[in-house]
Design a protein around this ligand. Structure first.
Ligand code: MN
Length: 188
């Protein structure tokens, strides 16, 4: 039997991935602008502003049944107007597919929404573990002043459905108001 070195490493302090099979993607404000409420404020910001940097170990091709993806997302601190930087958010294409998230560093919220539009949120920080059940849309929000690093593991055939969220959005938005987190219901 051969004993091999692992082809990929995960830095357990920072979440950064290195080695083989790593894909890096960056989401800029320009590509995500529509998700923010204050379009005037968004239009005044540099569209090249990086909102989210993602490192994924793509061990199998996208869509592989029975496989797993593993990633760390680095969500930058910042706001558009008074609304905190956030990820686009998505349901899975394969609706029943679940996912694990875990907090690595920074402070934020995991916003969850079921198919009826009912939202809940979990605080995310170093060491928190989040089970995202099937049929639940999920979005990360950086409510802190540092990068929010969050690990994730999900089925490689789950897919991402951004369309529904782009069209309808989440039913709440998260702002800063007087130095506090303020949750605003935008539809019921
Ligand atoms: Mn997901």
């Amino acid at each position: 039997m051969e004993i091999r070195d692992s082809i990929t490493k995960v830095n357990l302090l920072t979440g950064h991935l290195s080695g083989e099979q790593i894909t890096v993607t960056e989401k800029t404000l320009g590509a995500m602008r529509a998700i923010f409420e204050d379009q005037t404020a968004a239009s005044k910001m540099d569209p090249d502003t990086v909102i989210c940097h993602i490192e994924i170990r793509v061990a199998v091709p996208d869509g592989t049944e029975g496989g797993l993806f593993f990633a760390t997302s680095f969500l930058m601190p910042g706001k558009v107007g008074n609304e905190f930087f956030m990820t686009k958010g998505h349901f899975h294409e394969k609706r029943e597919a679940a996912e694990y998230y875990w907090g690595i560093s920074g402070k934020g919220l995991l916003l969850l929404m079921d198919e009826s539009g009912t939202c809940s949120a979990e605080k995310v920080e170093k060491g928190t573990l989040h089970y995202i059940g099937g049929n639940i849309a999920h979005r990360l929000i950086n409510t802190g002043s540092e990068v929010l690093a969050v690990g994730a593991c999900w089925p490689s055939d789950a897919g991402h459905n951004y369309e529904e969220i782009t069209k309808k959005g989440f039913s709440v938005r998260v702002f800063e108001r007087d130095g506090e987190i303020y949750i605003k219901t935008v539809r019921t």
